[in-house]
Each structure stands twice: as C-alpha cells, then as structure tokens.
Design a protein around this ligand. Structure first.
Ligand SMILES: [Zn+2]
Length: 278
C-alpha cells in the first residue's frame, strides 16, 4: 500500500488514497471543488467492477469546499481493475483503480456433528441494523487507537475450512486481542454507542457486545465482553473505557474481538491505526 493518486479534472481536484489498495483496505476519495459547482445536495462516488456491477458511496463534507467518500474492500472481493467515478458536479471524471491480491492465513476447524455456529435471530437483526447506520457527522479525529492492550492472537481476514471444506463466505471480520478477563476495553475512536447487547438477551455468538458509531458509515463492534460500562445513546471519547475483556458468546478463551465496518463491510482495522484515514 503506497501513495495516493491526485488528479485535476475540470474544476475538480480528486485524491484517491491508497492508489493501490489490497483486499481489506479502505479507499478514501477526496473531492475538492467550489461549492457553487455542486449540482446535488451531496456528491457521491461509484465503484464499477469489471462485470459491470456498481457500488455507490456517499461523499460527506470535510470542509466547505471538500468532500470525502470511503469505499470498503474485503477479502471476498476479486482483485483486479475497477473504475471510480465522481458524481454531483458538471464533470463526472472516471479514474482507474487496481485492487491488489492479498494472501490470508487459512485455519482448519474441526466441528463436532450438530455444532451450531450461527447467530440467533435477535443478535443478527440488532447487529445488522446497527452496522447499516450512517450518521452524517464525522466523530473520529486522526488515528484510531487499539481498543485493548494484549497481543494480537488472530489477524484480520483469516479464512477457514470446516471439516476440510473451505468456507467461501467466511473471513475473520476483525482483530482478536488476548487479555485477562476484566482487562479494560476502550473506544478505538470517538462516537455514539449505537448498540449494547447481552449474552443473556440472545447474543449467543457475539456475547456481550458494544457497538460504536464513529459517523459517516464507520462503526466498531467490540465482542465477548465480561462487563459493559456504557448504554445505548452514550457519547464516548477515544480511549474511554466501555467494558472489559471476557469470554462471553462463542469464544474459546478470554479475548477482545474488534470489528471495524465501513458501509456495512468489515475492513482491516490496521490501516486505521497507522494511516489516520480522514
Ligand atoms: Zn475474532
């Protein structure tokens, strides 16, 4: 992952970063233009795949003359060429983007016959509707911080095979940090607590869960907590304790699972810790 692509198209200045994303990276598209040239209430960006399918992403204001859209990519995407198109101005420039391949480790899992790895209806519905939230304001500033201090035990993107069969739809949707039960779990960035779920209320897979809405389509999920110290609707600052490490839900031992979602796709949190994605 290296530099950014900066280009001028008519009255628009466009910056795409990184210009060579790999699977799991978040691509930021910044548009600088005079506000008078904006034809819509809000600009947006489309990403066209080689098969013609398109994804659309809103561009939110960062300043009076600057907007930014975030485009998630995941380990399930096919590497290769894409087209990025800017919408909302008289010009609708198109830029090429090349999505790089990336290798992920594969875990072999043996499941006893009849073992359940499925979420309950209640946790699925609540987690899914939380992940779809898009609040227009940006709550994070600069770098995210790691939400727990222990060593990383499972990296983002690990693929799995169950009883020898490769799971096409599975990838590890976050980072696992080891730690003793009760060790603090903090907000990786500021935001609004949009989800609190308890194992006792049906969060069978996730366990005790806190979801933080960082704004503009970026949300965090913190899973398997032993204790929760916030309520839905609370405002949290970056670094503020929201709970403690546990082993609730489906967990073989105490750890924190941190999932970072951009427009409801689980992306690699690491670049958010080291690149200060604006
Ligand atoms: Zn995990």
């Amino acid at each position: 992952m290296t530099g950014a692509l900066s280009a001028v198209a008519g009255n628009l200045q466009v910056r795409i970063s990184p210009s060579d994303p790999a699977l799991g990276h978040t691509v930021s598209v910044q548009i600088t233009a005079s506000p008078e040239t904006l034809l819509l209430e809000q600009p947006w960006v489309s990403l066209t795949h080689p098969d013609g399918t398109q994804a659309h992403y809103p561009a939110f204001p960062l300043a009076a003359n600057r907007w930014r859209a975030l485009m998630p990519t995941t380990p399930l995407d096919r590497p290769g060429s894409r087209q990025v198109r800017i919408h909302g101005f008289a010009e609708e420039p198109i830029f090429p983007l090349s999505l790089q391949p990336r290798e992920f480790p594969i875990q072999s899992i043996r499941l006893p016959a009849g073992a359940s790895v499925w979420a309950t209806e209640v946790e699925w519905t609540k987690v899914e509707s939380f992940r779809q939230q898009i609040s227009p304001e940006k709550h994070w500033q600069g770098y995210f911080q790691r939400p727990a201090q222990g060593p990383v035990t499972t990296v983002f993107g690990v693929r799995r095979s169950y009883n020898g069969k490769f799971a096409e739809d599975y990838y590890h949707r976050g980072i696992d940090y080891a730690g003793p039960v009760g060790a603090p779990v903090v907000a990786p960035a500021a935001g609004r607590v949009g989800l609190v779920g308890y194992e006792a209320e049906g969060f069978r897979i996730h366990g005790n869960t806190v979801g933080i809405d960082h704004g503009q389509g970026v949300v965090s999920l913190l899973l398997h907590l032993s204790r929760i110290e916030v309520q839905e609707g609370d405002w949290v600052e970056a670094g503020q304790q929201v709970g403690a490490i546990g082993a609730t839900g489906t967990a073989t031992g105490p750890h924190l699972h941190w999932g970072l979602f951009v427009h409801n796709r689980s992306v690699d949190p690491l670049p958010w810790l080291y690149l200060a994605i604006e």
